[in-house]
Write a protein that binds this ligand. Sequence first.
Ligand SMILES: NC(=O)c1ccc[n+]([C@@H]2O[C@H](COP(=O)([O-])OP(=O)(O)OC[C@H]3O[C@@H](n4cnc5c(N)ncnc54)[C@H](O)[C@@H]3O)[C@@H](O)[C@H]2O)c1
Length: 353
Amino acid sequence: MSNTKYRVAIIGCGRMGQNYAEAYTTYPDTEIVAIVDANAQRRDVLGTRFGVAALYPDVETLLKDMVPDIAVVVTPTKYMKDVVIACAEAGVKGISTEKPIAARLQDADAMVEACSERDIVFAGGNLQRAMNEVQEAAARLHKGEFGNIRGASVHGFGGEISGGGCQHISVLRLFTNAEVEEVIAWGTPPEALSAETDEGLIINGRFYLTNGLECSVFGTPTTCRGVDVWTDECLVRWDWNPPEIFKDYDQHGNRIRLEPNYSPYSWSEFSYLTGSIRSFLSAVDGNGDPWITGADLRQALEVAIAAKLSANRNSAPIKLPIEDRSLALYPRPYRWLGGDVTGRPQSIEEAKS
Ligand SMILES: NC(=O)c1ccc[n+]([C@@H]2O[C@H](COP(=O)([O-])OP(=O)(O)OC[C@H]3O[C@@H](n4cnc5c(N)ncnc54)[C@H](O)[C@@H]3O)[C@@H](O)[C@H]2O)c1
């Protein structure tokens, strides 16, 4: 950890933004210097709750007044692109965003490029890929501790293939150390296939990976709801918890579950949000990459768009990267527009604690 005390602005401080604010208030190397939120009442309450005097209604007003070191963008998805680009142009050192990163591929591209061309660290959000045990299981797979990877599968890729499915795609890419290069998919129900959003769409199919693996995709949960990766003797299973590791077989041919003995991790207070934030800060310090990046979220969006496109084209194979960057897949309205405008506002009482 560096000796720097990073000056952090939380931009969009609703339900999720407040989780970030709790974390950034706690860490010894960060200080929240500003809160930006469109909702005046909530903004005021949060200023008191987090002891922050600099409160702004929008990112433009913030940046006229100060340029923080770190911009934590937790607005509804619709507003992320403009906020991320404004912060990148103003010269912050690191920006984090949330899931899904965008609806339209070219908007995700614009964010990734605005950060990369200025060497700004661009982190993803509260994703399970950033759980320390998920990272450790991946590192052990990559070191060859379990032997060569033979196969992979995704389970429960449905309901919200972009808004929630980015969890699966991010873990799959991490475990296999590969990109999805082609997608073939079948989708149900028909009304979800013809909608603009990812709501209710169930995708079955096949992902072809750059390392030659063919990954089966199950739209509904099987015995698990996450990602399996297997080698000759082992199975590594991420099922929304620290990954389980199975090695060898008992006399009945059943896989034997090992005690994974994950290393202790110094930051444990905020579940996997912690790994996301701590690896982000470490990257801003110059050490490695965030455990979940904006580019990871862009890849996840792209796979989701490819899956829906394939399903809509009678399961035609779709190659990635997708050429038409104007393609879009919207998340459900709550994610896109936030609770205040979609009938699920966070009450002021709730925001107080
Ligand atoms: N990773 C996860 O597990 C997870 C969980 C929940 C939400 N999310 C994502 O986080 C984002 C926010 O979700 P939420 O649950 O906090 O929503 P929310 O509606 O509770 O909060 C959004 C906040 O942003 C503010 N806001 C809206 N437009 C703004 C703008 N242009 N500038 C500044 N502030 C603005 C609103 O006033 C509100 O306070 C969504 O993209 C959602 O998909 C991720």
